[in-house]
Design a binder for this molecule. Structure first.
Ligand code: TXA
Ligand code: MG
Length: 350
């Protein structure tokens, strides 16, 4: 049975936190809010608990976990080399939505890192996450609290939809604020590499790195994964999604034509749009329309994306047409990446 414990997202009740921390220390699985998405936490140094975590999520053992800690000092203790770039990035972005991949210390079990010699570390900024990690007194390994390959959870209800009965507890701290996962930067080799775009933008990283170059991850690989976020199909609803990218007038024209054609073929069409596209919904054959906010305010849009994909999936639509992300500045890069993966490569360039 999964116990749901409501907590105030700014000032969590210490008793609720201690209950969850005790569960973690005893090897339990506890989902908790971070500023990005809900994580499914487990005592990172408890091999048996880590094994249960992979099982609960249906996650392949080859996909390494992020270890969440409460401070840079705690992060250093889990790594054998903390280069000056790590210090600078940590000083600027921790606590916050940045994950640093560093050479791992022997105290981190191989199960956590999928046998890699590096470990992914993050200090989250959500008060509930920080309080939980501090109270647990141990590093907390936590992937997103969804079933493997499903959209990440940004609300406790999403966690329950995927994992009810498979985990001990959910701390319900309401909706998350950033809404996309952390940015993952690999500092375990000479040149820093951006493995996954996320809540900290590339521009913000470059501003701190100065003259140190930042490589981008290569194209999607089918062999051993550098980062499973690089798998082509990920973050995906069950209903097929197509994402339309380009200048708005052309995108809307094409989405309208494709929606009408799909309707004519007997499909029930779901639309994922921006606020300013509302006119699109008013046509025959559209079963459900979900707006994710104004395209000019990606910080408002990001916390809506996964929720919208889940809602459209549950709505009875059998195709989802999504107005994609054209501008990849700031959060745009992460949002485009997640929607493209949800679309499993069904990208229409307009
Ligand atoms: O915002 C987030 O990062 C959320 C919250 C819960 O913190 N967590 C999250 O975890 O998104 P997950 O497991 O869904 O994604 C972890 C990412 C994957 O892309 C994984 O490949 C990468 O981190 N990763 C973990 N350890 C790694 C390592 N040693 N080397 C390269 N990539 C690693
Ligand atoms: Mg995930």
């Amino acid at each position: 049975m999964t116990v749901v414990v409501p907590v105030d997202s700014h000032h969590p009740d210490p008793e609720a936190i201690e209950r969850a921390a005790a569960c973690l220390r005893a090897g339990g699985l506890v989902a908790f809010p971070t500023e990005t998405v809900y994580g499914l936490g487990v005592h990172a140094l408890d091999r048996a608990a880590v094994a249960r975590l992979f099982q609960a999520k249906g996650r392949p053992a080859s996909d390494p976990l992020i270890v969440h800690v409460a401070s840079t000092v705690q992060a250093r203790a889990l790594s054998v080399a903390f280069p000056p770039t790590a210090d600078r990035l940590a000083a600027r972005f921790w606590p916050g939505p940045l994950t640093l991949v560093l050479p791992k210390s022997a105290v981190v079990p191989d199960e956590v890192t999928a046998g890699l010699s590096s470990v992914a570390l993050r200090v989250p900024s959500h008060p509930v996450a920080l309080a939980l990690i501090e109270a647990a007194g141990v590093p907390v390994a936590a992937p997103s609290a969804n079933l493997f390959s499903r959209p990440s959870p940004t609300r406790a209800a999403h966690v329950l939809a995927d994992l009810e009965g498979r985990i001990e507890m959910v701390l319900d701290g309401g909706a998350t604020t950033v809404g996309v996962e952390s940015t993952v930067v690999d500092l375990s080799t000479d040149v820093p590499r951006l493995l996954r775009p996320g809540g900290v933008s590339r521009e913000a990283l470059v501003a701190v790195l100065g003259n140190t170059p930042l490589q981008d991850a290569g194209p999607v690989q089918s062999g051993p994964q550098l980062s499973p976020g690089l798998l082509e199909r990920h973050y995906a609803p069950r209903t097929p999604v197509t994402t339309y990218e380009g200048q708005a007038p052309r995108v809307l024209e094409r989405m309208r034509a494709d929606a009408l054609a799909a309707h004519a073929d007997g499909h029930r069409v779901g639309l994922l749009i921006f606020d300013e596209d509302a006119g699109l919904g008013q046509m025959p054959g559209v079963l459900v329309v979900r707006s994710i906010g104004p395209s000019t305010d990606l910080e408002a849009v990001a916390p809506q994306l996964y929720a919208a994909l889940r809602e459209l999936d549950a709505s009875g639509s059998d195709v989802i047409l999504a107005h994609g992300f054209h501008d990849v500045r700031g959060l745009g890069a992460a949002l485009r990446d997640r929607l493209r993966r949800a679309a499993a490569g069904r990208i229409v360039t307009c």
